[in-house]
Write a new protein. Sequence first.
Length: 509
Amino acid sequence: MATSPRVTSPRAEPDEDENQPRSPSEYKRYSSSSILTDSSQEDSSSDVQMPASTGAKGTKQHKGGKTAQERKNQPTAGKCFKVLFIVVVVGSVVAGTVIVILKLVQQKDSANSGFNGNGYFPIPTAEVDSLAQTAGRIADGTSVTSESLPLGFQLAAFLARNNFNSVRLPLCIESILNDRRPNPDLINTAANRAINVQSYTGLLSSIIRALAFRKISVLLDLHTLTPTDAGGSWTSDNLSEISYLAAVDVLATKLCNDQHWNVIGIDLKNKPYAATWGDNGPNDWAVGAPKIANRMLKGCPNWLAFAQGTVSKHTLRSDDNTQVFSYTDWWGGGLQNEATAPLKLSIPNKLVYAPHYYSPSEYPQSYFVLNGIRDHDLMVGYTEYTNETLKRRVTATTADMFGFLTQYQQGAIVLGEFGGLYTKDAFANLTNRRVIELTMDVASQPGYAGGYVWGLNPETTYEYNPSDTKGSWSEGLVDETWATANEPFLTALKKLDALPFLQPWPCLT
């Protein structure tokens, strides 16, 4: 067992001695030469903690031509997440906060030091058409100058100081099975000496252990099937169920141990939008999710199973209860059928519901505005709702998609993803911002424990801003230099700091 966790806010504590162990398995794991020192400076004018300054700007690259839902469901290692999640342990609830991924940037001697593809760990690019350019399977969509060096361990410290205590790592099933050696030229191995670049799982292991140093837990997200197939289900023509379950075995075998004490479990499949629920068909998620979860629990009984929802259309009563309005589940958001065909696992108290819910910058859902007319993907001629009416719409749709599950006490609820444009919201009355804030209100209610915010990375891109305008807008929790925090967004996320039992992640192994 590891030592007892801190129970106070990471933001309120000084940086700890980096040579001190965090668990029995961590003694002398990092020497002073193998782990980066934290040289970041905090902004004295704000209690939002800043990343380390690097003195140079990065150049972001974007590629369009895909819908928001298609883009979001593609391999997205470059995008990151924040969470408040809860863990059910012997009938009690332990809450915590969760977020993101480390940016490992290659520094080169020349001024033109960018690299192709998607340079974040752990999976390939969010832009599928750049995969062929990258043999290392950890490429990136950001170019940097030789002076720009946002270091992974500095970002881990930044997250810890801002009360993030977990990371959701999106993984690729094929890469887990093949365990390819990443291209070391895509990682600054001199600055990140604790990072193992000998294999995919070795790289994953070293990232997890580095995050453990800051008491940051890790959720393993089975995000894509192959580098070119995100997959709307857990199987496809390119990958069998046998292979999918074999990847779960690999993760449990290599990561369920004291050395990786901060792994909390597996997100069973990202956005199973092509799956059904309860029809006993080949893509029945009521069968597939327990099968994957039970395979995980067989190899690692300590872990938790995070289950997303499927997608279908629904109708609800209008705000005045005289009319009905229609809505479609967010991909991964629809858990309505859990009421009639519940997921049953081999070990009780191991299920966490992880639905997704977004603002209209992800997609212009008609229920977010008044009297809008659908024009292809856009909503035109609309009027923005008042605060009270918008609150009723968010409350009604979240309750119908997944909020009703708080009454069943079958499992905890954490938003697997939420977010959208915040600081760059172009709505006249800031509907994007208001939806994000209302979503956090929902995620703070009894039975919930917050949700993963999408995302940390500044090139996180959205296509609608506002709902009658299509284009490309990027925003994350840090700016393009990775040296300055997005203070308005971080300040808004402090709402989740009020969750009970919020603390750095304890060792549960």
